[in-house]
Design a binder for this molecule. Sequence first.
Ligand SMILES: C[S@@+](CC[C@H](N)C(=O)[O-])C[C@H]1O[C@@H](n2cnc3c(N)ncnc32)[C@H](O)[C@@H]1O
Length: 409
Amino acid sequence: MTEIAAYNEAFKSGQYQKPEGLLGKYDNVRRFWEDEVLGLYLRPYLKHLVARRKESGGGIRVLDLGCGSGDGLEFITSISDSSSLLSEHNTKVIGPDMLGAYKGIDINAAMLEQAQSMYGSRPNVTFVQSSFNDYDVFNEEPCELYLANYGTLSHNTDQQTVGLLSNIARHGKDGAIIMLDWLGRFSYEWQTLWTMDFEHNQWMDYVISYIYSDGKDEKHQELAHFPLRIMGRKEALQIYRQVRRNVGDVITLRKLADRSSLVGRHMDTAQYNVHCQPLRRLVNSLFEPNQCTNLDAVLVNYVPGDGFAEVNAYYHRLAGCWNYLVTYTRALFEESKPPEAMPEMPLPLRKSLGAMKRVVRTASGMKTGAPRTSLVEPQLAYCLRELEMALQKGLGCGHGLVAIFEIVK
Ligand SMILES: C[S@@+](CC[C@H](N)C(=O)[O-])C[C@H]1O[C@@H](n2cnc3c(N)ncnc32)[C@H](O)[C@@H]1O
């Protein structure tokens, strides 16, 4: 029965699975906030790299460390080159002709099997089962891009990370880029773990309880807990200094930035901080077409942590701008007076207010479809994302702390 085999194959490929905007690994926040923020952080460096490669006539070789089910391949080939509505062609920074090779490394066989079934048949795509700490990068041609996204390096000790980065820096070519991320030390999700004792409190006991929709299901008692390194700015800079001590100035830190402040997955479980509101679920709902979101629930009630002035200042500013934007949008819906201006109205907030005003005006003139849920609410979610990107300071105040390095030889 060849048709049965064909449909089995299609199902196994993962391509037949329905995207789940409100739940699951690839929820709306992962796709339209986290992946896109990572892409926007990386884009200027990647464009420069691609331009250089085009001049020398080569493609981009990618090594994805802790690739899971091959997520880095999708990520790297989806980064948009243009925000123009008119440009229909060639709008990705790495188009199909620019991907020289992609190699994914992971220790988990089940993840790799999924990766293999989805992407294994593509040309120049390979997967290897190995620890990235044991993998000999010197044994192959240097890559242009090294990825270790979504908390992957939080599985490592700092010494392992220093060793890994030093080897990549020694072996990598001039202009190569390394993008990685750790779990943020000062994410609101685990405020109970905040401390300034960087020596003794480096690890959190992590559990992926959010895979159950309410996060508090008794099933999560059975889930495995594992240690993950939580990282702040100061410690990330220390790792960078140690790498430079090993290899000299051939590696340069280009960016250190927070991602997923207030929308990390443990906001919904409130497992490590009882004050967390289910903001990821609500922002998923904002992005979701045909689903109306209660804007009052999207307002943040930030409870500060005692003795963390810099971190609290960031969250207060973000939550203030966030709440102002949500309240302003609600006033636009109700055609009521906008809220009174705050003492400080940062430029990214003013830009977002302008965007919301324009989109609500356009939506109110639309006679078909459901403009609030398909147009206005997703735009509000994008504007909240813009606030995070513009206000973050790379302190470790997001679910992830992202670092981008360049090799300069
Ligand atoms: C949080 S997941 C990230 C997956 C993927 N990069 C993504 O973008 O979603 C971390 C991955 O790192 C892998 N991993 C952890 N330690 C590793 C190691 N020492 N060597 C290779 N892979 C490792 C895990 O198996 C898991 O797939």
